[in-house]
Design a protein around this ligand. Structure first.
Ligand SMILES: Cc1cc2nc3c(=O)[nH]c(=O)nc-3n(C[C@H](O)[C@H](O)[C@H](O)COP(=O)(O)OP(=O)(O)OC[C@H]3O[C@@H](n4cnc5c(N)ncnc54)[C@H](O)[C@@H]3O)c2cc1C
Length: 399
């Protein structure tokens, strides 16, 4: 089996968002680090537009993430049946292409490797078996990070965020100046439904039809048609058929239960299971960008990746996982309340009420950095029917 033996400071399995951010954070901090990325697909990054709120990231993370940003806006907007609001907080997007380009550049350094069309077949604490165009190989890493993404996990108990986004060339300048991250004035079908719109250029829009549903089945054609109908109704596309430049879709878990398992201290500790697969995401939004960025930074400043840093396993990672679990506990409870206490067509009112909260609370919610007072603010006040301390504190039913 051991046809070739290669050694690295870190071997990253899966060439998606989490591995890409670890590679970039590591390169930013350690120009000489030997980094290997193993990706089963022909290219890194898949087909995504990853967005985040500016407030999600610390200033030091911004320094190495900014070059990835393909689009940035100063504010964004939400719309509900009886409430519309512009939120004065920046919003930014990273594209798969940009991530792939930057990570490939980071791996072009001597001693590093980008192995595409290569599948990891066995992942251990310090060793990864792969098979690819060059045959079978074994990669050795002082640290191995397993970030094979959501496909590697079974669907958990909970709801699902399903979406189809079409990037459209509009027939004339569309005039949209800020992202509409939730237009929930649309008909509520199959759960909480909203349309997400990003103005990418004066004649280009990403229009995404999204639903928070009870089942994972995604009818791509139906959601695409709804996104196209929304664009046509706004006068952005007159021609039939509308010109679709790109399309993305996804089904993200919104779980009721989730844990992060991190290796303890010890020489044989690892691999570190990271990214969506490891539970490093926001259970209510399905987003993982800020959480993946924070974990990437921690890995980059700890040993063994940082020779002079504190050990990753045991100390810093254990504390980081504890803090994440604490945030998860409340977010998972919110999912349970949303999906168990509210019939599908009533869920919109929960979100509408949430968007009346002060901006800092909204910011900390998206960043998954809620404080005790924030939790109280989310739960108390004039709740929509069903959202109450009683709901929050009652035991979760088994199914
Ligand atoms: C279309 C879409 C849009 C999204 N938009 C956002 C957003 O705007 N903001 C946000 O924060 N989150 C977003 N998410 C959610 C989340 O951030 C993404 O799913 C993110 O890509 C998860 O990162 P990851 O690294 O865990 O997994 P992925 O990015 O999915 O990467 C996993 C990689 O591992 C590879 N792989 C799997 N098995 C193997 C193997 N055995 N050997 C080698 N390679 C393997 C896969 O091919 C894949 O490239 C979006 C998700 C989707 C699907």
């Amino acid at each position: 089996m051991e046809d070739t033996l290669d050694s690295y400071d870190v071997v990253l399995v899966g060439g998606g968002l989490q591995s890409g951010l670890v590679a970039l954070a590591t390169r930013a901090r350690h120009p000489g680090a030997r980094i290997a990325v193993v990706e089963r697909g022909a290219a890194l990054g898949g087909n995504h537009t990853w967005c985040f709120h500016d407030g999600d990231l610390s200033p030091d993370a911004r320094a190495w993430i900014d070059p990835l940003v393909a689009h940035r806006w100063d504010d964004h907007e939400v719309a509900f049946p009886s409430h519309r609001r512009v939120i004065a907080a920046g919003y930014a997007c990273v594209t798969s292409d940009r991530l792939a380009e930057r990570v490939a550049a980071a791996l072009a350094a001597p001693g590093s490797a980008l192995l595409t069309s290569t599948t990891a077949t066995r992942i251990d604490a310090r060793r990864v078996e792969v098979t690819g165009p060059a045959g079978a190989r074994v990669l050795r890493g002082a640290l191995v990070v397993d970030a094979r993404g959501p496909d590697a996990t079974a669907a958990p108990r909970g709801g699902f965020q399903k979406f189809v986004g079409v990037e459209l060339r509009t027939t004339r300048p569309h005039g949209v100046t800020r992202p509409m991250i939730m237009d929930a004035t649309v008909a509520q079908e199959d759960g909480f439904r909203f349309v997400y719109v990003l103005p990418l250029a004066p004649d280009r829009l990403l229009v995404e039809d999204t639903v928070y549903a009870d089942t994972p089945y995604l009818d791509v054609a139906a959601l695409r048609d709804r996104a196209l109908a929304y664009a046509a109704a706004h006068g952005w596309t007159a021609a039939e058929p509308a010109e679709i430049v790109r399309e993305e879709h996804g089904v993200l878990p919104l779980p009721f239960d989730l844990d992060v398992a991190v290796p303890g201290p010890g020489d044989d500790a690892g691999p570190l299971v990271a990214g969506m697969q490891g539970g490093w995401f926001h259970p209510v939004t399905g987003y993982s960008f800020p959480i993946a960025a924070r974990l990437a930074q921690l890995i980059a400043r700890s040993a063994p990746v940082a020779p002079d840093g504190p050990p990753l396993f045991g100390g810093a990672l254990a504390a980081h996982a504890r803090a994440h679990r604490k945030q998860l506990a409340f977010a998972l409870r919110l999912n349970w309340m949303l999906f168990r206490w509210f019939p599908p067509d009533q869920r919109v009112h929960v979100l509408e009420r949430f968007y009346r909260l002060p901006e800092p609370v909204i910011r900390r919610f998206y960043a998954l950095e809620l404080r005790g007072r924030d939790i109280a603010r989310i739960l108390v006040g004039r709740p929509p029917r069903g959202l109450s301390w009683r709901a929050a504190l009652s035991p979760q039913e088994a199914s």
